[in-house]
Design a protein around this ligand. Structure first.
Ligand code: S3P
Length: 735
């Protein structure tokens, strides 16, 4: 029974699916129903299906039914299936529109809805019919699952497995978002191609006018060769979203038109360049190249004279917690719902990595995710190296999880990540029994041959939350107890969240030791991620140094292992108050109010470093604006972050004319008047943002180069900074 699959409709998609499934597992019993008797006869003759029959009859026998009919035929077919399929049968579809199904589904029994997994392979073409079906149509292609709130997790898992088995990559989103995106990415281009194909001969009549239309016309109108009956169906089914897409397109077209009509050549050039960059980014992504800046180099220009307006702002979700929410949600039993997720590149790389590991994750949509946990032993072997971009957290934590899996994996990252030391996790993971190796010098890429692990008792040489978390996550898969001792406190989000997922941990705070017994089950839970204090820090300092400012940062995480920035700024004389302290998802949260007050220099020693580890770039800006000298020591870790932050900051402060001196483990800065100039952020997001804030007190403008990585942790930084009162603009220069 488990081997019985029924496919309703043997067109391009249904036929290709039958061929791919047949090749994937010859023992599958594939039956099909279609109104086209020729297609059925051909599929039978070619051995692609084992049986042709009436819909009700083949559905009654099937374990999985795939509906591959044109969208408008979907509702009636689903109704028939609901009547004929057994109570265990899973149902999925392949239509490129979903919203028209939602209303009718409400009239079907709840039991049916829990077994229905709306799906859509993004693999159509202008060809149609069984004759065009290809066994490899879904190989390496994206398939979107759009599960209903009521869809059972087991149903989602089985349909995910089906598509993964035939080589597809499985994405997931809500049905509503699916339709909005498809309207823009597919339905609108088809409308335009159909419209364009008819325009030329209508406007320029005369024999042979097509001889004057070259590749532009041919490429642009390729989609107009698609089957009109099918496309009329699709457009009718997704009419609302397609009308909205046409309206948006009309607005954009008007801008082109107006630039041309007004002979505004710079505006025209801007439109064209922006479009070319978007197209280049698309080509890169489609070619599987995940690294690389598609266009030029992103720069920030900040003019002097900005001032922080009073008011309230919200910064994006916490990066550390966002990574962990995906990881633990993926390992849990059940469905975890996450809100406040940071849609920055780092966390999105973690999300993509777990999708490649076979986990269904719906979203992000407005910061919300639905993670269908694979359970402790449910991760699947990745089919390609996992790309983690700029993110050290993603690489080190994931390494801990992958070390305990029964398959091999490879972790890669960008130029900066490829320079970051991995021996700090390789050594203890190897002690636990993992097969793990890196490039020369202990640098990424990491090759992990996962396997059986045993718990160890490990004293960390540095207070690093990444090492601690890596080992605790590996400890989940280890035999016995894993104990990690920290030389000083460092962020404890992993421990808090593990507890939220029902894992028992034993922490001995006096000795800074955490013990975890392997083999525990994680149970799904809901997580509300607060704003990232590391992102809030930029605006805290902005308000602290901008005359007259009074700014409130709402709903920021104030976990005591992260609030070093507040303590240090207060020591410097800043006026910071925590309003409405509360708890959210196991993490302390508050609104942070900052009023400008003159700052003075301070000495910051090793014991304070881990609690403000990511905030030193912006703290050094505060120091440059403070009276007297600030001295940081015991901070050698700053040299091995996304850049050597001691040197990167020293170089920028030099350009601004601020007196300073560097040491192997720190820096000394004397506050003074800030000038201006061109500063290279070295591709480090926090260096870029720190100097943008410094411009509030600069006498001349600052240009900050290499700012694309700001999107790793703080998408929308420049817009929020502008809204808050900075005179900041973004520009791309040819690189
Ligand atoms: C992080 C820990 C810190 C921090 C990083 C995020 C985490 O790194 O700098 O940005 O999420 O665990 P270390 O553990 O290497 O200090």
């Amino acid at each position: 029974m488990n081997k019985h699959i029924a496919i309703i409709g043997l067109g391009l998609i249904g036929g290709s699916l039958a061929k791919a499934l047949r090749e994937f597992d010859a023992s599958l019993a594939i039956a099909a129903a279609d109104t086209d008797q020729n297609a059925l006869a051909r599929a039978l003759a070619e051995g692609v299906i084992g049986r042709a029959g009436a819909l009700a009859e083949i559905c009654a026998q099937a374990r999985i039914v795939v509906v591959a009919v044109p969208p408008l035929a979907g509702p009636a077919v689903l109704r028939q299936i609901a009547q004929s399929a057994g109570p265990e049968t899973l149902v999925t579809d392949v239509a490129s529109v979903k919203s028209h199904l939602l209303a009718m589904l409400a009239s079907l029994p709840a039991g049916f809805r829990s077994r229905f997994v709306p799906g859509h392979p993004l693999a159509g073409s202008e060809q149609s019919g069984f004759g065009a079906a290809r066994v490899d149509l879904f190989q390496g292609r994206n398939v979107v699952l759009a599960p209903l709130e009521e869809t059972a997790p087991e149903a989602v898992a089985r349909i995910h497995e089906l598509w993964r088995g035939i080589g597809a990559r499985v994405l997931a989103m809500s049905p509503e978002r699916h339709d909005r995106i498809l309207a823009l990415s597919s339905h609108l281009p088809h409308v335009l191609a159909f419209a364009m194909a008819g325009l030329l001969p209508r406007r320029e009549s005369g024999a042979g006018v097509h001889h004057y239309a070259a590749t532009g016309f041919a490429d642009f109108t390729r989609l107009a060769a698609s089957e009109p009956a099918l496309w009329s169906d699709i457009l009718r089914a997704n009419a609302d979203a397609t009308v909205a897409a046409l309206d948006a397109f009309g607005e954009d077209l008007k801008q082109f038109r107006n630039a041309l009509a007004a002979e505004d050549w710079p505006a025209l050039g801007d439109h064209l360049r922006r479009a070319r960059r978007a197209r280049a980014a698309f080509d890169l992504a489609r070619g599987g190249k995940e690294a690389g800046n598609a266009g030029g180099e992103l720069c920030f220009h900040v003019r002097p004279g900005g001032a922080i307006a009073s008011g309230e702002i919200r910064v994006p979700g916490d990066k550390s917690i966002s990574h962990r929410a995906i990881m633990l949600g993926a390992l849990a039993e059940g469905v975890s719902r996450v809100s406040g997720f940071l849609e920055g590149e780092d966390a999105l790389h973690t999300l993509a990595a777990f999708r490649e590991l076979g986990v269904t994750i719906v979203g992000p949509e407005d910061g919300c995710l639905r993670i269908y946990g694979a359970g402790a032993n449910g991760l699947q072997a990745p089919r390609k190296p996992l790309w983690l971009g700029n993110s050290g957290t993603a690489m080190r934590l994931l390494a801990g999880i992958l070390a305990g899996q029964g398959f091999a994996s490879e972790l890669r990252g960008d130029e900066s990540l490829s320079q970051r030391p991995m021996n700090r996790i390789i050594k203890p993971l190897a002690d636990m029994g993992a097969g793990i190796s890196a490039a020369a010098g202990g640098l990424p890429p990491l090759l992990i041959r996962g396997g059986r692990l045993r718990g160890i008792d490990y004293a960390m040489p540095v207070a690093s939350a990444q090492i601690k978390s890596c080992l605790l996550l590996a400890g989940l898969f280890a035999e016995g107890i894993t104990s990690v001792r920290e030389p000083g406190p460092c962020r404890d989000h992993t421990e808090r969240m593990l507890r939220g997922f029902g894992v028992e941990l034993d922490t001995e705070s006096r000795q800074g030791m955490t013990n975890l017994a392997g083999g525990q089950t994680l149970s799904a839970c809901d997580i509300d991620i607060p704003g990232d204090i590391s992102s809030a820090a930029f605006f805290m300092v902005a308000a602290a140094i901008s005359p007259g400012a009074s700014l409130t940062l709402e709903h920021v995480g104030v976990n005591p292992t992260r609030t070093g920035i507040i303590d240090i700024l207060r020591q410097m004389g800043a006026d910071i108050r925590l309003r409405h302290p509360r708890e959210s998802g196991g993490e302390p949260v508050a609104d942070i109010e900052v009023r400008q007050k003159p700052l003075h220099g301070v000495a910051i020693g090793a014991e304070q470093v881990a609690l403000a580890i990511d905030e030193f770039p912006i703290l050094l800006v505060a120091a440059a604006c403070a009276e007297g000298e600030t001295r940081i020591s015991g901070a050698a870790e700053l040299r091995i972050k996304e850049s050597d932050r001691i040197e990167a900051m020293a170089e920028g402060l030099e350009i601004l004319g601020i007196e300073h001196e560097t040491f192997p483990d720190g820096i000394r800065v004397t506050g003074g008047e800030l000038g201006g100039g061109v500063i290279d952020s070295r591709g480090d997001h926090r260096i870029a943002m720190a100097f943008a804030i410094a411009a509030l007190r600069c006498r001349q403008a600052i240009t900050i180069r290499n700012c694309a990585n700001v999107a790793t942790s703080f998408p929308g930084f420049a817009a929020l900074a502008r809204q808050t009162g900075l005179d900041i603009s973004e520009a791309e220069i040819d690189s």
